[in-house]
Each structure stands twice: as C-alpha cells, then as structure tokens.
Design a protein. Structure first.
Length: 329
C-alpha cells in the first residue's frame, strides 16, 4: 500500500500543487511559535520539551489517527496516507523558485535571478556573480529535493512498515521545519531564540536526516556516474560544514560531473555557513575548495532535474518491488 500512497500523492501534487502560502504552512508556523512561546523557559531541559512537543507531538498524533482509521477500513487509511503525503512530500513546494531562476538565467536576467534566490533562501544575493548564482541555485535545489522528497519518502516507508502510517512523513518535515524556523528566527533582531533550543533542533534534525541523506546520495550515485559519485562522497564531503549536506552534494557533483562548493562571500549563506579549512587538500580539488568537474553553466540546471527524477524513479521501482513481494508473500 505504501507504493500506491506515494504514487497517488505525487500525482495529486503534480496536478494540484499546494500554494507556497497555504493554510497548512501558516498553521505549522503558528504551531511552532505557540510551542516556543508557551514551553520555552530558557533552560536546557525546556529545549527538549519544546522540541518534543513541536515535532514528536504531531507525528504521534498522526500515527494514532492512522491506527484508529485503519481499524475501520484500509481504504480510509490509504486516503489518510495520500493526504498527509500530499501535504508533506513533493517537488512543487519549491520547484517554482527553481524554474523561475532557471528561466531568468536563460534569458540573461541575472538581476531577477538574484532577487528570486534572495526571496527563496532569505540571503543577500545582490553581489553574487553569475557562476556563484548558478552554484547556489544547484546546491539549494538539490538540498530542497532531498528534504521535500527523499527524506520524507524514507521516513514514511520506515514508520509505515512499523504500522504507524504517515507518521514518519510528519516527523521528518516537522523536524526539518523546526530546525530551519528557529535558526531563521535567531537571526532576526526583534525575535531572539533560545540558543539551546536552536542547537538542539539542529542536532536532532541531523540525526533524523543521517540515513535519508546517505540514501539520497546513494541514489544519485546509482543513476549518475557511480564511480565519480562515490569518489566525490569520500573525498569532497568535508568541503561543507554539515556532514549530511556535504555527502549529498559531493555525491551529486560527482554523479553529474559538476563543480560545486567554493568559497562563498561572507553573509551569502547565513543559514548554511560553509568551511573549507577542514576539507581536502587544495591540490586534490579543482579550485578554491570546490569539487572537480565542469564549471557550471545554465544547462547544468536541467541536468539536476534529470538526476532528481531518475532517483525518484529508482526508489519508486524499489518500493514497488517490495510491495509486490509483500503481496505475494
């Protein structure tokens, strides 16, 4: 049933994508604000309580509702799976920015592309040269595809196999959103965040994302240049500060033969700061802490789309085989 739930959710999302400013999104923001305001008293154990209520609360509630619904009818349980996946999984939640940036770059409108990137990632892209603009578009798109599709896919399958339905999809999306929200909030002058809560949410999401990031990187290697992807994974992952992101991006760079990484201008990526001091030796990479490969051109954006879709097909085929084996068994 997992295969049909994911397939139907992806089809629904393609036919009727959610708007970026939909009510569910606003409801999640209100929920995170409410839990932080009412349960965060600034102490370390309060940070754990806030995170548990914010992230585990909705996931547990979803699992309980699923168990209750499944007790009456499997079809209604399938409908709940599809509904939750429709709200948590899909390309269209971020792809409009990617598409608009690509179109702007193709027509030579770098100013519009910078504006769109700034609006999407909440960073100052006004001074970015074209090569850096392309790099950020590629890297953020790969990360967004992982967090909106493959990470949700992984945790949905894991917890659904354990009988908790779509609880895994809610767990992953809430953990990712909480980490991103509190990190963003901490950078606004008029809305400081408990630093303990910010660090905890970031650490918890890294643990939750540990296996999904490696699953996504493995998929990129299988559907791309396998040898170069594995070499990049082993050699270049430390070019990025966060290990999960580094593994994913290094594998994607090798799979596509593209040059990613590079010393970003100060303040360009406040939500994803990078370090190259702990990376590989300078003579092992192409230039300035970047991965080996072809310099980025606008055509690379289409290659990224192809890599992601091939990965989706790969994991859907594997899920279909598992579902068939389960039915036959």
């Amino acid at each position: 049933m997992n295969f049909f739930a994911v397939l139907l959710a992806l089809l629904c999302e393609q036919l009727k994508p959610l708007r970026h400013d939909n009510r569910i999104h606003h409801g999640v923001i209100a929920w995170v604000r409410w839990t932080g305001r009412n349960f965060d008293a600034g102490r370390e154990h309060h940070a754990m309580v806030v995170w548990a209520i914010t992230v585990l609360g909705p996931a547990l509630a979803t699992g309980l509702v699923y168990l209750a619904v499944r007790h009456f009818t499997v079809l209604l349980a399938l409908a709940l799976d599809v509904l939750v996946l429709y709200l948590t999984l899909g390309f269209r939640q971020f792809s409009h920015y990617f598409t608009d940036i690509r179109d702007a770059l193709e027509r030579g409108d770098d100013l519009e592309a910078r504006r769109l990137l700034s609006e999407w990632r909440h960073l100052d892209a006004s001074e970015l040269p074209r090569t850096e603009l392309l790099r950020h578009a590629v890297e953020h798109s790969l990360l967004a595809a992982h967090r909106h599709v493959f990470g949700v896919f992984f945790w949905f399958v894991v917890l659904s196999t354990l009988g908790l339905g779509p609880a895994g999809a809610v767990l992953y999306r809430m953990a990712e959103f909480a980490s991103r929200y509190w990190s963003f909030k901490s950078r606004t002058i008029d809305a400081p965040t408990n630093e303990l809560l910010m660090r905890l949410s970031d650490r918890m999401f890294r643990w939750i994302d540990y296996l999904p990031a490696r699953m996504t990187a493995t998929g990129f290697a299988i559907v791309g240049n396998f040898e170069e992807a594995v070499n990049g994974w082993r050699r270049d992952a430390k070019l990025w500060l966060h290990p999960n992101e580094g593994i994913l991006l290094a594998a994607a760079a090798g799979a596509l033969g593209l040059q990613l990484g590079g010393a970003a201008a100060p303040g360009v990526t406040p939500d994803r700061s990078q370090t190259f001091e702990a990376g590989v030796a300078r003579d092992e990479t192409a230039a300035d802490g970047s991965t080996p490969g072809q310099p980025l051109q606008v055509g690379a954006l289409q290659s990224v789309v192809g890599l992601v879709w091939r990965s989706v097909v790969l994991w859907m085929l594997l899920l279909a085989l598992l579902t068939l084996a389960n039915l036959v068994g």
